[in-house]
Ligand binder design. Structure first.
Ligand SMILES: Nc1ncnc2c1ncn2[C@@H]1O[C@H](COP(=O)(O)OP(=O)(O)OP(=O)(O)O)[C@@H](O)[C@H]1O
Ligand SMILES: Nc1ncnc2c1ncn2[C@@H]1O[C@H](COP(=O)(O)OP(=O)(O)OP(=O)(O)O)[C@@H](O)[C@H]1O
Ligand SMILES: [Mg+2]
Ligand SMILES: [Mg+2]
Lengths: 258, 258
């Protein structure tokens, strides 16, 4: 069944959504059936792939509440092998509800059960997390086999890694003993002293867990979501597209699907 | 008493903390007694001004729980007229607790009562909000006289403004009838097509509510927090310092303190 990866970092704006969409597209291009789970009420991964949630009957909020099976909310995208389970602000209300209603005895594992029901249909499942360490992110950590943490090459982003490690420890101790941050990805890298220092610091601390490929700052990555496409389809020769293709290759260790 | 401004936008990484620290420093430099309230469990505003919360007895989590008066947790910074009420990850636990414990009948207005107790000592109080629309941000909205929303000149940041407006509407209807988004600030502006489009879009929609001055993308702004200083003290002639001085002037309409 699928390899489930939670893309998370409570620091805001570090490239979580950009990584889910474009790494997902890179895996799909290599032939892997890839599902993106938009688990952020902002719904950026959904809108970034041209999914208009106002036209949909079901989103992940219905799945979290348990009113509908996850299978029914999965949408194809314009890119082959790439699927998405979309979200919108309703997900925030659903999270508030399952977190406070005694009917849901284990609100932390609702997503895990939903993902298990579709896992056989995919090779990779990437979960886009919101910039918090609340119930939604805990759900993603309970469902995931590993975490990929994007780290912007800036001071505040490095600080946030400590807090992330302590939450992962708690989830590991309570509901998912195998969980760890398996991957760190340097994002928005520039040729500045700060950028180089942060990159060196991260590689020194986490060694091989840091992808060899870093994502350069590339305005095309910021433009692609405004036309609802991944970078691979929007500007295939851009530095951003090249980087995410290499990262998809590194993640899948060069192998192609079954 | 003080003008209380919540600096908020649930989109992550748009420059909320950078604006609180540097606009705060700009107001302090103009002679206004300025208090920064770090209301984000990441504690970036605190660490960005060299406040080591592990050495402190009190932070905003104690104030939220009601165990200590806010006055006791306010720290001076190295910059004249600039003070900070610091936070760390304990604030997330405190928010979880007051949100679920029946002892706190109105958890939404805990911060408003705390800020009222110190408001007479300051001219401006800026609240740094986390990248979510949960209880902490609702508290900031209940306490504030207005909201300043930083908007990164990128696609996703513009999308988030709609969600922000709908939460503000709810807070206005329930606990703070005068609340509105009084200011929009364009951040990380570059000479790209995307940047220009987002700026034009925002000015068309919100007109005079958008600061005339936009903050340019300037790596010195990202470097300053790693030495615990505002941009004004770190690199006084940088484009970032010039921009935040102008914004402080615009905000205070050119007048100096009482
Ligand atoms: N390598 C890059 N180069 C340039 N811009 C980028 C890059 N990666 C992401 N961006 C842009 O930076 C902004 C933040 O990225 P993104 O929204 O993916 O971060 P996030 O971590 O998902 O944010 P949030 O915490 O709000 O969920 C977006 O406008 C995005 O388009
Ligand atoms: N104008 C700018 N030019 C260059 N870098 C900037 C600028 N403004 C902010 N930054 C950097 O961009 C990153 C995001 O900014 P910041 O942390 O202030 O955003 P935020 O909205 O407070 O994030 P969060 O949602 O995590 O609270 C930080 O590393 C900061 O140093
Ligand atoms: Mg995101
Ligand atoms: Mg911040």
């Amino acid at each position: 069944s699928a390899i489930v990866i939670a893309v998370a970092n409570q620091k805001g704006g570090v490239g979580k959504t950009t990584t889910v969409v474009n790494l997902g597209a890179g895996l799909a291009e290599r032939g892997f059936r890839t599902l993106l789970v938009d688990f952020d009420p902002q719904g950026n991964a959904s809108s970034g792939l041209n999914v208009d949630t106002s036209q949909l009957e079901l989103t992940m909020s219905n799945v979290l509440l348990g009113t509908d099976p996850m299978d029914n909310c999965i949408e194809p995208t314009a890119e082959k092998n790439l699927f998405i389970a979309p979200s919108d602000m309703d997900l925030a209300d659903a999270a508030m509800l399952v977190g406070s209603n005694q009917k849901y005895a284990f609100p932390q594992t609702l997503l895990r059960r939903a993902i298990e029901s579709v896992s056989a249909d995919f090779d990779y499942i990437l979960i886009d997390c919101p910039p918090t360490l609340g119930l939604l992110t805990v759900n993603a950590f309970a469902a995931a086999s590993t975490i990929l943490a994007p780290v912007q090459c800036e001071y505040y982003a490095l600080e946030g890694v400590r807090d992330l490690l302590s939450i992962v420890e708690q989830v590991r101790a309570n509901i998912n003993p195998a969980l760890e941050i398996g991957y760190f990805l340097l994002t928005m890298q520039q040729a500045t002293k700060l950028s180089k220092e942060v990159a060196a610091d991260l590689r020194k601390t986490f060694g091989k867990k840091v992808f060899v490929t870093a994502v350069p700052r590339n305005v095309r990555l910021a433009e692609a979501p405004s036309v609802g496409k991944s970078i691979l389809k929007f500007d295939t020769n851009s530095p951003g597209a090249k980087a995410y293709r290499k990262i998809a290759k590194e993640l899948s260790h060069g192998c192609t699907p079954r």
